[in-house]
Design a protein around this ligand. Sequence first.
Ligand code: 5GP
Length: 239
Amino acid sequence: MQATKKELIYEGKGKKMWSINESDDLLISEFKDSLTAFNGVKKAEESGKGALNCKISTLIFDLLKKHGIATALVETISPTEQLVKKCKIFPLEIIARNIATGSLTKRLGIKEGTKLPFTLVEFCYKDDELGDPILNDEHCLLLGAVKSQSELDELKKIARKINGILIKFFDERNLKLVDFKIELGRDKDGNILLADEISPDSCRFWDKQTDKKLDKDVFRQDLGSVKVAYEEVLRRILG
Ligand code: 5GP
């Protein structure tokens, strides 16, 4: 579909969102080359990173669509731009974890690399000023981030379904899906859609044999070239 940018309506750390002339229900989501970590304290530009994430996220959303996950992605219209359905995003980072690392090891002292006995689903409040604090179910209700426990349970169910599909997909490509963050929203008809992106910026991938990190931890921990790591993820997705 032909889509021309009208107005910049939001600029985040990794993306710009544009309204378009052709429809009030659709937006253009533009992937940026910027990399940020530690709540924006560490910053860098990596030319080509936006295009890599746009490609990887498109492939993953297409896979999830085939497995019955409703997504906001309509069409990828350029190397860094997607046409997406407008939706009201739950103000939550929904995190699924299969292996302990990152903030989980710091918070609970679970040894890095421990395989969790079940997939842990967590919620963080999307609020940069507060540093995206972790929430329990009652916090989510208290803050009005969801309307009811059953709505929250639905978000958990979608996160677990996505995890099940992706863990198998990446396992077949010699990658461990360690953890990931997703964002969900409701469209104007009330459907819950997978929004934002799924990419090495929002997931952790480790090589199955060596545990080599192939995700944004390469940037967070200065482990080498981010682009080389993301290109490796793309290469394995394409098989
Ligand atoms: P952790 O809580 O261990 O820092 O992160 C858990 C997972 O969620 C990791 O895959 C991480 O990349 C992702 N994640 C957590 N917060 C954010 C965020 O603000 N933006 C993005 N893109 N991913 C996040």
